[in-house]
Design a protein around this ligand. Structure first.
Ligand code: IPE
Ligand code: IPE
Ligand code: MG
Length: 247
């Protein structure tokens, strides 16, 4: 079947009233995509940015409220310096070229992760994007940059200990309060997690927040992930029964 036909078939089958509110994506497989084509790994990352543009556009059009993209993990610093440098050049490239469209589509940019360890130019690019889109009320584009879930949890624990010691709150910490100390404070948990490239692991991503998310793994490499694949994931999500431990 033609891709376009498959897309319109899925669009007809998808219930617009139960699109997942928060979709999180582990964008994986850029390196393999490039190597398969005999290209250097960074070409995969370059193409991956194109997929980000398209996915942001398609998600917003579908009515997804929050899109969280795992762009760089705390573990990714262990890659060769040249690859890290290339990856660190991408936020600037993306925001500069995409800001007008993000504004037109009313998208609000947010960041999760340890921004203090990011190179200055990356911090500036991200801050400028966050500032420019602060008052937008459409989809939240939440970018996980220098993000690691265990670091996030430990940071929350340490802040809670400090504040408790300083007498800032009394009593015990509950789940709701704990959530408020994470990078994702105020953001609902993901309804759907997508991971591309066939890997079936979480890789230190949103360990707390994914407690009841539906998981969708696809073999498609991130640079090849297109509208039809997003629609398949959303339709797949709508076929699941979420029980939350009940019958
Ligand atoms: C995902 O693609 C991008 C980042 C982790 C930054 P990879 O670079 O991990 O691609 P593979 O897994 O090596 O194919
Ligand atoms: C996860 O992908 C991180 C991002 C997509 C940014 P990796 O490719 O780094 O994960 P592992 O190493 O396969 O677990
Ligand atoms: Mg990978």
């Amino acid at each position: 079947m033609e891709i376009k036909e498959r897309e319109s078939e899925l669009v007809k089958k998808i219930n617009p009233d139960s699109v997942p509110g928060h979709v999180a994506i582990i964008m994986d497989g850029n390196g393999r995509w490039a190597v398969e084509k005999g290209l250097p790994r960074h070409e995969g990352h370059r193409q991956g940015v194109e997929t980000v543009r398209e996915t942001v556009r398609n998600s917003s059009a579908l009515g997804i409220k929050i899109l969280t993209l795992f762009a760089f993990s705390t573990e990714n610093w262990q890659r060769p310096v040249r690859e890290v440098n290339y990856l660190m050049s991408l936020p600037e490239i993306y925001f500069q070229s995409e800001l007008p469209e993000l504004m037109r589509n009313n998208v609000q940019i947010r960041l999760i992760g340890d921004r203090t360890r990011l190179p200055r130019k990356v911090q500036k690019a991200v801050y400028d994007g966050i500032e420019a889109t602060r008052n937008n009320s459409g989809m939240i584009l939440n970018i996980a940059l220098n993000y690691g879930s265990r670091t996030e949890i430990i940071m929350a624990v340490n802040r809670l200990i400090d504040e408790k010691t300083e007498g800032k709150f009394k009593g015990e910490v509950d789940e709701k309060m704990f959530s408020g100390y994470l990078y994702t404070a105020g953001i609902a948990d993901p309804d759907l997690l997508i991971r591309t490239s066939g890997e079936k692991r979480i890789s230190n991503f949103l360990l707390w927040q994914l407690a009841y998310s539906e998981l969708w793994f696809t073999d498609v490499l991130w640079p090849d992930f297109s509208k039809v694949h997003l629609l398949e994931a959303v339709y797949g999500f709508q076929q699941r029964k979420r029980s939350y431990g009940k019958v």
